[in-house]
Design a protein around this ligand. Structure first.
Ligand code: GLU
Length: 421
């Protein structure tokens, strides 16, 4: 079993017990409702036919339509996709959204595809999963390796199949095609809103705090940008090409420009270049934002992390084994878990979906303010519950446990009311 799925199940089991719910809740949620495996034959530019493998996992829809992104990544497996879909059920529940959880994936390396090949693959995947999705059924969005252009191709393909426009079937579309302009930066922005709330509660404020960011895709770039806009000092960012480090603070806008123009953050012209992409995890910092993929901070390297606060922009970057090591440090404050910290993406997807269903659009400031207040409220609820659980429980309780407890309780209540359990 993929270690990610294995440890997610462990945390889920623990949360069901902590919440005092019957074990059958764990049995129910440990398996997805439905898994669709598809093949996507794509004619490559050189004439070859390549048959890609993809999935759409629908985990649970007690609270509403399945909702969650689509990952294009060379190492993605069905089991990882199941773990990610389960994570979406919990994330959407914790965020208070009227959604269940789902996730899709295609095993491919999008960096190695031409734009035309990527379009054919995206349209092929949308056609393949079309029988199972819809704006009232299952609503995909981007995840690692996918973006608004891909959503535009997919929504076009789906709409053609239906014979009319269905804007609400995919979220995080370009603003020119029924998307909301906040969605592109909402995951990174929301992560920083959570980091700021955590720093204000536990580190005497966010301004002037030293921040390091691991992973410089969509979430990492916008987390860096908003952290610096909110007055923190971003000293390190990294991607697979390596880490750039400047103890006096990086010019984040320049780092983003360099990354997007050259594909590699190490082409940043100032500061120090460190070859190890993971060096950003270990630099001197108050706050570490892991923004790449799962299983980044593990038992093997958690001892090298110096930050007092970890705020997860990625899904599943810190394993429970790593958390044990981190929390055993006297100065360590918290891992603000993914299902809370990176929910800005799906919360904004929800607002975009509401706009799409009504054909009525809010302006950027208004939607960003809505997003920030939902993030702040959810942070407070989770931190309060964590403190209460810690006071009541004889065993160690992490902030992730508290987030899972709140999330599972809401899904349980919906399932109970429906008579499913
Ligand atoms: N892929 C993102 C996540 O993991 C966003 C999902 C969405 O917007 O539906 O939360």
């Amino acid at each position: 079993m993929s270690s990610y799925l294995e440890w997610m199940l462990g945390v889920l089991k623990e949360a069901v017990e902590l919440a005092g719910l019957p074990h059958e809740v764990y049995e129910y949620l440990s398996k997805p409702d439905r898994v669709l495996m598809v093949k996507i034959p794509v004619r490559m530019d050189d004439g070859r036919l390549v048959v890609f493998e993809g999935y759409r996992v629908q985990h649970n829809n007690a609270l509403g339509p399945y909702k969650g992104g689509i990952r294009f990544h060379p190492e993605v497996t069905l089991e990882t996709d199941i773990a990610l879909a389960m994570g979406m059920t919990l994330k959407n529940s914790l965020a208070g959204l009227p959604y269940g959880g789902g996730k899709g994936a295609v095993r491919c390396d999008p960096k190695k595809l031409s734009a035309a090949e990527l379009e054919r693959l995206s349209r092929g995947y949308a056609r393949a999963i079309a029988p199972l999705i819809g704006d009232q059924v299952d609503i995909p969005a981007p995840d690692v390796g996918t973006n608004p252009q891909i959503m535009a191709w997919m929504v076009d393909e789906f709409s053609k199949l239906k014979g009319y426009n269905v804007p609400g079937v995919f979220t995080a579309k370009p603003p020119e095609l029924w998307g909301n302009p906040v969605r592109i930066y909402s995951t990174g922005y929301g992560t920083v809103v959570a980091a700021k709330a955590a720093a204000e509660r536990w580190l005497e404020g966010f301004e002037g705090k030293v921040v390091s960011i691991h992973g410089f895709g969509n979430a990492g770039q916008y987390a860096a940008l908003w952290a610096s806009r909110f007055g923190a000092k971003v000293v390190a960012v990294s991607d697979t090409s390596g880490t750039v480090y400047d103890p006096n603070g990086l010019d984040v806008e320049l780092a983003i420009k360099v990354k997007n123009e050259t594909g590699k953050v190490v082409n940043y012209p100032k500061g120090q270049k460190l070859q190890d992409p993971d060096a950003s995890l270990y630099v001197d910092a108050d706050i570490l934002i892991p923004a790449a993929i799962e299983n980044t901070i593990t038992e093997k390297n958690a001892g090298k992390v110096k930050a007092r606060l970890i705020v997860e922009a990625a899904n599943g970057p810190t394993t429970p084994g790593a958390e044990k090591i981190l929390y055993s440090r006297k100065d360590f404050v918290a891992v603000v878990p993914d299902i809370l910290a990176n929910a800005g993406g799906v919360i904004m997807s929800y607002l975009e979906w509401v706009e799409n269903l009504q054909w009525w659009f809010w302006d950027e400031e208004e939607t960003r303010a809505k997003l920030a207040s939902i993030m702040e409220r959810n942070f407070k609820r989770t931190a309060d519950r964590w403190e209460k659980l810690k006071a009541e429980s004889s065993r160690p309780v992490t902030m992730r446990d508290a987030a899972f407890v709140l999330a599972v309780e809401r899904v349980y209540n919906a399932m109970k009311l429906r008579g499913w359990i």
